[in-house]
Design a protein. Structure first.
Length: 168
């Protein structure tokens, strides 16, 4: 009889432990499913955000390309663009001179010319004229050109073949 009484509590303990393990396993499974679902949802949302950003960048790139294609101010060579720029500055047409720069730098260049002293402009023009005697170098892709002496002048070729000044 005593053995039977001892086995009953052991049997209850074993049943309790088995049910507890099953319950614990079930809870862990549900938690894992919830976490996996949350992970997949955030992954989906982030993927959509990346796709939207990519579409916006592509649209912006296309707009920039169209602007570049429509921009006809500049020469077919970096030297021709530099000559056009020098001629415009000498005439005092700073609006035109600024158009030989890339779009992002135009307003800054125009304001710089408007706010500069005549002597300073003449000094820069003399250095730029000397630049024609200096050898420049093309970038590896041939869409960039740099003159280093006597003054640094950087150029970029737009998709329409027109050369623009990046900076002087």
């Amino acid at each position: 009889m005593e053995d039977q009484n001892l086995e009953q509590p052991k049997s209850k303990k074993i049943k309790f432990i088995v049910w507890f393990v099953i319950l614990l396993f079930g809870v862990m499974t549900v938690v894992n499913l919830v976490l996996f679902g949350w992970y997949k949802l955030t992954q989906y949302i982030n993927t959509k955000k990346v796709q939207q950003l990519a579409e916006e960048l592509k649209k912006e790139e296309e707009e920039q390309y169209q602007k570049a294609m429509a921009d006809t101010y500049g020469g077919k060579t970096p030297q021709e663009t530099l000559k056009m720029y020098i001629d415009a500055v000498q005439k005092g047409d700073y609006e035109l001179a600024s158009k030989y720069f890339i779009e992002d730098k135009r307003e800054k260049e125009k304001q710089s010319l408007l706010n500069s002293k005549k002597e300073d402009i003449e000094n820069i023009l003399n250095l730029l004229k000397q630049s024609f005697k200096s050898d420049g170098s093309f970038s590896a892709d041939k869409n960039g050109f740099t003159i280093r002496k006597p003054i640094l002048v950087d150029f970029v070729r737009y998709p329409n073949g027109i050369w623009k000044i990046i900076e002087i």
